[in-house]
Design a protein around this ligand. Structure first.
Ligand code: NAD
Ligand code: IPM
Ligand code: MN
Length: 356
């Protein structure tokens, strides 16, 4: 089969991790007889530098016209002083909204080989820890009205958190459907003791839960959830939450896997189209040094094979190759224990490729 994929390498370590992941995808294509056609387009700081805008129209067109989008990472100190709508990060929001990708799946899985890389005690993480954060991605404070106004205390700035029942209902359904294929547990995380939008969130999730009598639903305030994630992560199966809480809790959950360099993501909407990107950012502190862990991006492509293309065997093949490479002791700096040999991005790619 032939597949059309838009590729956005982005800024910082984005191009390094994306390149490594595409080489893995090509090897999988060769093995199973698929051809992946890539159209590389610009978004983020690099697009601003060339076109004066982080999300050029051409990029949006190519992404709309593709079956899937692969994205490395965007952003960096070079562009930090631009106005909000011209910052590299605005490209991400534009892509998510423009492609209707309201559901962001961020699975935090601790591979056996990385138990030592996880900072939590072995008796706390236990065996086979597997949490899936389902983050709402096109609503909430990321997309509410924002602005500045003059007040008698000087300038003041505001960002509005707004959720509609429709937005909450559709993300809740994604979470419950996901839970049905897992341990049938959903933890909805909100701040319903303070926020009106969270109270609507909670009521709406409760309503959706009636359609899933087999799934156990619980609610937790976000501050408690942040604490419980490190106190007893095993109590969680699927976590469903708002755009901003999901952003924060998924970075926290990434440490369960050993490193943010391990956490993949899929952003999905109503159809099969999806955007696939690592959860981490452009890591300016290590960019251009060959130090970045490419596994989060490689695992994101495994999610692409599964969710957009329905290629289950091929997706599993990538996951197994990653596990085998880790079992063999291959480590980038972020997941290496003291004294352990550290691989470059390319060496890690080669280590995974060997097991395909
Ligand atoms: P970051 O995720 O880029 O980096 C945080 C820390 O994790 C850094 O120490 C970094 O070196 C390390 N790290 C991240 N990815 C790694 C990898 N693959 N291998 C090894 N180490 C890795 O977060 P930040 O520093 O807060 O943000 C940097 C820039 O990235 C900002 O401009 C931010 O807006 C942007 N950002 C973009 C995305 C995205 O494109 N999806 C996501 C998050 C942050
Ligand atoms: C992420 C990132 C983005 C977000 C930023 C860069 C816009 O942190 O994908 O987690 O907050 O969604
Ligand atoms: Mn984030």
């Amino acid at each position: 089969m032939e597949y059309k994929i838009a590729v956005i390498k982005g800024d910082g370590i984005g191009p390094e991790v994306t390149q490594a992941a595409l080489e893995i995808l090509d090897a999988v294509g060769e093995k199973y007889g698929h051809t992946f056609h890539y159209t590389e387009v610009l978004a983020g700081g690099c697009a601003y530098d060339v076109h004066g805008h982080p999300l050029p129209e051409k990029t949006m067109e190519v992404c709309k016209d593709s079956d899937a989008v692969i994205l490395g990472a965007v952003g960096g100190p070079k562009w930090d002083d631009l106005p909000g709508d011209l910052r590299p990060e605005a490209a991400l929001l534009g892509l998510r909204k423009g492609l209707g990708l309201f559901a962001n799946l961020r699975p935090a899985i601790l591979f056996d080989a990385l138990k030592d890389a996880c900072p939590l005690k072995p008796e706390i993480v236990g065996e086979g820890l597997d949490i899936c954060v389902v983050r709402e991605l096109t609503g909430g404070i990321y997309f509410g009205e924002r602005g500045m106004k003059e007040t008698d205390m000087g300038m003041s700035a505001y960002d509005m958190e707004v959720y509609s029942e429709m937005e909450v209902e559709r993300i809740a359904r994604v979470a419950f459907d996901m839970a049905m294929k897992r341990k049938k547990k959903v933890m909805s995380v909100d701040k319903a003791n303070i926020l009106e939008s969270s109270r609507l969130w909670r009521r709406t999730v409760e309503k959706v839960a009636k359609d899933y009598p087999e799934v156990a639903l619980d609610h937790m305030y976000v501050d408690n959830a942040a604490m419980q994630l490190v106190r007893n992560p095993r109590q969680f199966d699927v976590i469903v939450t708002t755009n901003m809480f999901g952003d924060i809790l998924s970075d926290e959950a990434s440490m369960i896997t050993g490193s943010i360099g391990m956490l993949p993501s899929a952003s999905l909407g109503e159809g099969n189209k999806g955007m696939y990107e690592p959860v981490h950012g452009s890591a300016p502190d290590i960019a251009g040094q060959g130090k970045a862990n490419p596994l989060a991006t490689i695992l994101s492509l495994s999610m692409m094979l599964k969710y957009t293309f329905g290629l289950m065997e091929e997706a599993a093949c990538i996951e197994e190759a990653v596990m085998s490479a880790l079992n063999e002791g291959n480590r980038t700096g972020d997941i290496a224990a003291e004294g352990e040999a550290v691989l470059t991005t390319e060496e890690m790619r080669t280590a995974v490729k060997k097991f395909l």
